[in-house]
Design a protein around this ligand. Structure first.
Ligand SMILES: Nc1ncnc2c1ncn2[C@@H]1O[C@H](COP(=O)(O)OP(=O)(O)OP(=O)(O)O)[C@@H](O)[C@H]1O
Ligand SMILES: [Mg+2]
Length: 593
């Protein structure tokens, strides 16, 4: 069950305030909701009248003959049942309508917020956990709004209305009943609270085990290539056994709880009927009254029994709203939707400058990944970033994209601080062909058009040709409509790369960043791609990251990174002249083999 993962919140004023936020989502549909409430109240009240009429029916029977009253009450009872069923139908339909519409809004705004959160957020939260938590939370809200809330309202009406009617019938018997039932309820609450704590633990463990499943299935290729299936099976087995253990313990307590409730409730029933029989014998009440009294008591007892469950679900409901609205408390990147005039007005010339920049990833604040980096790139130049693995090349490109904001020093575009740009204006003019290319599960064509949604078929085709991707696309039986598989797993690495290049070309950026763009190509395709890239780089600022130095010889400027520092800069020829220079050393190493 999905909602078993949802944590419980405190029914406190703070918790309630979060829950109330939900009502801003219901507000647009309040008319339907009000009608729903009306039908709920109506059906609950009809429910309440039921035992009273039954009692009257019994009484009319004791008068010895088939009285007119009997028929009348019978008809009333049937009418009551009709009203109740019609009302229940409309109540259910209306509540479902309101719930589905307002939760669709909530889902949408949660997603809207989530997708705009900065990278630092996603590094602190596992995506699978986040996703399953949100869907569990929303499933729980759904259940609460469609059934738990109305159950709760009905319970309150039955308990308060029922007791009022009982007092009218017989104060003595009511007092007797109230002396017995609340004691049992009190015990039940204490017992129930302990059980709840246990099930909470189960929920936590289930979430952990789900993470194992999700991660290993996502990374199935790594699992298989290391033949770690048995290791993972064992890891999962340990968790499932643990969950089963706690779950069974919960079961034992829950069993005892149920037994206790049955014993307590039926015991109380017996006591009440016994007391009622005495009052009947003494002539204080008549048999119809006793009859409806017993049914009311059953109603009330059953309701009180269900109250604990509803209470627990309401707690989870509070927990779910806290979780969901907690996401809204995270600051997002405040992106605006772009219109083309905005970009035209803020067109970048393509000058990039880093001034004494230092940076640590938010997930590892202690580890400085870039230290005091300063460089300047002239518009429309091509610059290469080189350096051993882990020296900070990709990090520099992430900062140019401003995926992270927590750097010190300055990044300037055309002399203006990166922080003073609207993010969407900045990012819309930068294309990255990243190191690990991510394709969406759709078709080749869709993946290329991701560079500029709304591009025409012709433009997509042109971009594919420029990226030298057309030759393999044409060989696919369904061409542009070929499905690339989940995350692009059904095509080769080099093909993926050229699709990513086509995507970047389609975006027509001012600044182009190629992170190892030609690494998974054979020499012939590399030449083709290189050729395409050269055309692509003309007229824009380009930054290329390459491990193979053969590809960087011709560039205007080379930046050499070493352990987060910029150690050398210059052209190939200049850098080769530095004796014991980093570039020269690295370059020599490459030509040995
Ligand atoms: N998201 C991240 N969170 C924390 N640390 C990171 C993150 N990404 C990279 N790092 C660390 O930052 C350092 C620089 O990484 P970066 O990816 O910039 O290196 P690189 O020069 O691109 O290496 P490569 O040539 O292997 O691609 C490394 O020590 C790496 O472990
Ligand atoms: Mg890298």
């Amino acid at each position: 069950m999905a909602h078993s993962e949802v944590r419980k919140g405190k029914i406190s004023s703070k918790g309630m305030r979060n829950a109330l936020k939900l009502f801003s989502y219901i507000k647009p549909y309040w008319v339907e909701y009000a009608f729903g409430l009306f039908f709920l109240l109506g059906s609950s009240l009809a429910n309440l009248a039921f035992p009273k009429l039954l009692g009257d029916l019994v009484n009319s029977g004791t008068e010895g003959e088939i009285a007119e009253a009997m028929t009348r009450i019978g008809v009333m009872l049937i009418a009551l049942l009709l009203i109740q069923s019609v009302f229940s139908y409309f109540r259910t339909v209306l509540f479902f309508n309101v719930t589905e519409k307002s939760l669709a809004d909530l889902r949408q705004s949660t997603y809207n917020h989530l997708i705009k959160l900065p990278m630092s957020f996603f590094e602190k939260h596992r995506v699978g956990e986040l996703n399953s938590r949100i869907s569990a939370d929303i499933a729980l809200l759904q259940e609460t709004m469609t059934s738990t809330l109305s159950q709760f309202v009905r319970q309150i009406i039955i308990i308060s209305g029922g007791i009022t009617l009982l007092v009218i019938t017989s104060l003595k018997l009511t007092l007797f009943m109230l002396a017995v039932i609340p004691a049992i309820v009190l015990l039940a609450v204490v017992f129930g609270r302990y059980i709840r704590r246990l099930s909470k633990k189960v929920q936590g463990e289930i979430a952990k085990s789900n993470t194992i499943v999700e991660e290993t299935l996502q990374g199935i290729q790594s699992v298989k290539s290391y033949t770690n299936e048995f290791f993972e099976m064992l890891r999962y087995r340990k968790k499932t056994l643990e969950i089963a253990g706690i779950g069974m313990k919960t079961g034992r307590y829950r069993g005892a709880f149920t037994a206790f409730i049955i014993l307590g409730m039926f015991g109380a029933m017996v006591a009440v009927i016994w007391k009622g029989a005495i009052l009947l014998a003494e002539g204080e009440i008549n048999s119809g009254q006793l009859f409806s009294f017993v049914i009311y008591t059953g109603f009330i007892a059953g309701t009180i029994g269900g109250l604990a469950g509803v209470y627990a679900r309401l707690q989870r409901f509070i927990g779910a709203t806290e979780d969901i609205f907690g996401i809204f408390n995270e600051d997002n990147e405040k992106l605006k939707e772009l219109d083309s005039t905005m970009v035209k007005k803020n067109r970048l010339r393509g000058n990039i400058e880093f001034r004494d920049l230092s940076f640590a990833y938010p997930s590892r604040p202690g580890e400085r990944v870039l230290s005091n980096i300063s460089f300047s790139i002239v518009p429309e130049q091509t610059v290469a970033l080189v350096g051993v693995s882990g020296s900070g090349k990709t990090t520099i490109t992430s900062l140019i994209m401003r995926l992270y904001d927590n750097y010190t020093g300055e990044i300037l575009f055309d002399g203006k601080s990166s922080r003073d740009f609207d993010l969407e204006i900045l990012r819309s003019q930068i294309s990255i062909v990243p190191q690990d290319i991510f394709l969406f599960g759709g078709t080749v064509g869709e993946n290329i058009s991701y560079g500029r949604p709304g591009a025409s078929e012709e433009e997509i085709y042109k971009a594919a040709v420029q990226a030298n991707a057309m030759e393999f696309i044409e060989n696919f039986p369904s061409g542009m409509d070929t499905i690339v598989g989940e995350r692009g797993t059904q095509i080769s690495g080099g093909q993926r790369q050229r699709i990513a290049i086509a995507r970047a070309i389609l975006k027509d950026p001012r600044i182009l960043i190629l992170d190892e763009a030609t690494s998974s190509l054979d020499s012939e395709s590399e030449m083709l791609v290189q050729e395409a890239l050269e055309k692509l780089m003309a007229g824009r600022t380009s930054i290329i990251i390459a491990h193979r130095f053969s590809t960087v010889r011709e560039v205007d400027n080379i930046l050499v990174m070493d352990r987060g520092r910029l150690v050398e800069k210059g052209t190939h020829d200049e850098l080769m002249k530095i004796t014991n220079g980093k570039y020269r050393t690295l370059s020599k190493l490459q030509y040995i083999d």
